[in-house]
Ligand binder design. Structure first.
Ligand code: LMR
Length: 334
């Protein structure tokens, strides 16, 4: 009798632990390098909320912002190893992975408007770029917007000649390297998490980024001058470890795809306004002289930087550049 009771108790405990195991959620670690209060930061949090709701808690999304888990280069390696499941690196950071075509997004003045950009990211070009990630063990889920870049330094940057000899921090893109060389500057690749300190200590003289990144990293506090130039673009590819993603139960994957679709809509809807607000905040902080290029100066910058498109055509692929330009032409830009 006693023994029977013991068996029953053991059996009950086994069932309980078994069902607890069945209920333990699938964890998605989503690592990124920017602040929560940016388009990407907010998009990641929105995805977490939507994903957990859509899967009734069967999936738990842990968001690690601000390089708390991994820095730029490390995070891509971590994704391939399966140490994290989801990332949203800047499109300028795929070159070292061997997928240099993403650098088309870095070409100066390649996107005359956000509408052209969306035709590229949401159309066949965006899809074909994601295909290139598969052999690296990575699947692309969505393109998230940030915005157009401005320049900062500790001196006025009105003309291309003002860049001569400056050490400028760049993301790991050969196109960005060529861009700054075209201006006579010395580009230096550096992880995003290290930029503030490098600017503060003079390891580099200046940088380029979107107002939301400049403001949330406090770069404006250590840069006396900012030029609103909008000479190039920063956006993201939301990517996952392919093996992990393909191995998910199909109903879970479908629910997560829906959550990603909605989080993408949200992120892309807020990006422009977030950057406009950040620019206002930089001005209000009063530490940085914010200068907007006039028409003549803009024309001079274009003249200096447009040749980078031709110069990098062999690396990126002429067909790809032509295809992007066709999307511009379809919207009436020449
Ligand atoms: C940078 O490294 O400058 C940024 O692109 C970081 C980011 O993810 O926006």
């Amino acid at each position: 009798m006693k023994l029977n009771k013991l068996h029953a108790a053991l059996f009950a405990a086994l069932i309980a632990s078994g069902s607890a195991f069945a209920q333990s959620p699938i964890v998605i670690k989503f690592s990124h390098v920017v602040a929560n209060d940016t388009p990407k930061g907010k998009g990641a949090v929105r995805f977490k909320e939507l994903a957990e709701k859509a899967t009734n808690g069967r999936v738990k999304v842990e968001v690690y912002p601000n390089s708390t888990l991994y820095k730029d280069k490390e995070e891509l390696e971590a994704l391939q190893l399966g140490s994290v499941q989801m990332l949203a690196p800047s499109l300028a950071k795929f070159g070292p992975l061997g997928v240099k075509e993403f650098e088309v997004f870095d070409l100066p003045y390649i996107f005359p408007s956000r509408e052209v950009l969306y035709r590229v990211t949401e159309g066949p070009i965006g899809k074909s770029l994601f295909k290139k990630l598969e052999s690296k063990g990575i699947s692309g889920l969505a393109y998230w917007d940030n915005g157009f870049k401005d320049m900062t330094a500790n001196k006025p940057l009105h003309k291309p000649a003002d860049f001569r000899g400056l050490k400028m921090r760049i993301q790991s893109s050969k196109v960005l390297d060529a861009q700054f060389r075209a201006l006579g500057a010395n580009p230096q690749v550096m992880a995003f998490s290290e930029v503030y300190q490098a600017l503060q200590t003079g390891v580099v003289d200046g940088t380029e980024n979107t107002p939301s990144n400049i403001y949330t990293q406090k770069m404006h506090e250590v840069q006396s001058n900012m030029t609103v130039s909008k000479h190039g673009y920063i956006g993201y590819a939301v990517i996952v470890n392919k093996k992990f993603w393909d191995g998910l139960p199909p109903d879970i994957r479908t629910a997560l795809e829906g959550a990603m679709k909605d989080a993408t809509k949200y992120t892309n809807a807020i990006a422009q306004q977030e950057n406009e607000q950040a620019l206002e905040n930089i001005k209000k902080a009063g530490k940085t002289n914010v200068y907007v290029l006039n028409d003549n100066e803009r024309a001079e910058w274009r003249k200096a930087l447009l040749p980078v498109q031709t110069q990098m055509a062999d690396r990126i692929g002429k067909d790809l550049i032509n295809a992007v330009n066709k999307e511009s032409a379809a919207l009436g830009y020449k």
